[in-house]
Design a protein. Structure first.
Length: 426
């Protein structure tokens, strides 16, 4: 193999905050979002997969329900703005090739079990000898240290052990997990933030470092309100489900059924809820749905300490009947006119059509020539006035950029590439 050359300045990149920088992404499904975020910011992210493709390609749902590694919508979502190569870093040749890539890189992100990458001779101290400015971001379920560090895990395990699951669900039922996995989404976001903090330090000192991200730490931070309640008052944060706790023993709905789905409205007593409750009753009365008892309530002086659950149930059941006579769109439109904080509970299709997101050009279309299709994706997570984020590349096919990177950037010959492929290295 020829001596490595510097990164390919002609590689198509987004002109963003991180456009001069390169990221080697070794993560599985736990950390793919980290590389996606850095790629959105303009970095040249190279997704390194094992020969034959990353196992995360087998995670559904799939394009038109065709279960194939290159039709995973999960893969599409978390790997836009990346190039892709195949490389078996468990082989001696694979390790050496990876080190050649490290010499041109600014970041390595990985989500292997702790000590695994060290067993291959690719630990951070070794890679730092290749590139002293390198930042390695290591994401794992429990971090690189501690009694749980070498435990295997899943999203549900982290969600439970991190304390967040106990806050999810209805108060009269056991805890539940979030329907869409969240633990490693949070951890990957923290990993991207950690990479940027380490990058800032590197720009000041010239020194790289390893960033150790624990998914359990991330989830514990997400449940910080419950931790504060315990620390301050030794009380357990109770699950509330679709109910809002108004006071000792008093509960009112948060989610209300409508004609075509649900809306969200927090019923509150005394001054915090007086204006909204009064306006809602006036709206109900304009449609002949506010009984005399509701119209006669002095909302400003209706403190929760004066209510019984039976009285509160009468109020909320009357309001519930009213909500059922309207669609979500009707409720949102009229509530906005009357300055009442009532919000529709949107499903994915309705979110896609949301006029607020549309006005900010949040949704973007990305060409998938291999599918002869254009697919709509969520867009930038933030708006930058000088260096806008843009989706400029669909997720890579298996080994799509092998020739581009190995031959043009590392100077390999076609024969070398063929030999390495035959040996199972790429």
């Amino acid at each position: 193999m020829k001596a490595p050359v510097s990164r390919n300045k002609e590689a198509p990149q987004s002109e963003g905050l991180l456009s001069p920088y390169r990221v080697l992404d070794l993560t599985d499904e736990k950390g793919l979002l980290c590389g996606r975020i850095l790629g959105d910011l303009g970095a040249d992210v190279i997704k390194v997969e094992r020969p034959g493709g990353d196992p995360a390609r087998n995670i559904g749902p799939f394009y038109h329900d065709i279960i194939e590694p290159e039709k995973s919508l999960f893969w599409f979502a978390f790997n836009t703005n990346k190039r892709g190569i195949t490389l078996n870093i468990e082989t001696a040749d694979g390790c050496e090739i990876f080190k050649s890539l490290v010499s041109t890189a600014d970041f390595v992100i990985e989500s292997f079990p702790p000590s695994y990458i060290a067993s291959l001779g690719l630990s951070y101290p070794i890679l730092r000898e290749v590139n002293p400015r390198l930042i390695m971001v290591s994401l794992s379920p429990f971090g690189q240290t501690g009694p749980y560090a070498h435990f295997e895990s899943s999203d549900m395990v982290i969600h439970a052990m991190g304390g967040l699951m106990t806050q999810c669900g209805d108060p009269d039922r056991p805890p539940v997990q979030v329907s869409v996995p969240q633990s490693f989404i949070s951890a990957a976001t923290d990993a991207a933030a950690g990479a940027m903090v380490a990058h800032y330090y590197r720009e000041i000192t010239g020194k790289g470092q390893q960033v150790d991200v624990s998914a359990m730490d991330s989830v514990a931070m997400n449940g910080v309100e419950g931790l504060v309640e315990w620390t301050v008052g030794k009380s357990i944060f109770n699950r509330r489900g679709r109910l809002n706790k108004l006071g000792a023993g008093l509960f009112s709905p948060i989610i209300w059924e409508c004609k075509d789905g649900y809306a969200s409205y927090f019923f509150m007593g005394s001054l915090p809820g007086a204006r909204a409750n009064q306006r809602l009753v006036e709206w109900m009365n304009s449609e002949g749905m506010a009984p005399e008892h509701l119209r006669s309530i002095d909302w400003e002086n209706l403190g929760v300490e004066k209510l019984t659950q039976q009285e509160l149930d009468y109020i909320t059941k009357t309001m519930a009947k009213f909500f059922k006579t309207h669609t979500k769109a009707e409720i949102q439109e009229e509530a906005a006119k009357r300055l009442i904080m009532i919000y529709p509970v949107h499903n994915s299709g309705e979110t896609l059509m949301n006029p607020q997101l549309e006005s900010r050009s949040f949704w973007v279309n990305i060409n998938h020539d291999e599918l002869n299709e254009v697919i709509t994706y969520p867009g930038a997570f933030a708006k930058f006035s000088e260096t806008p984020i843009r989706e400029w590349r669909r997720a890579p096919l298996i080994g799509e950029h092998n020739q581009e990177i190995y031959m043009k950037e590392l100077g390999m010959s076609k024969d070398e590439l063929i030999a390495l492929k035959g040996a199972g290295v790429i």
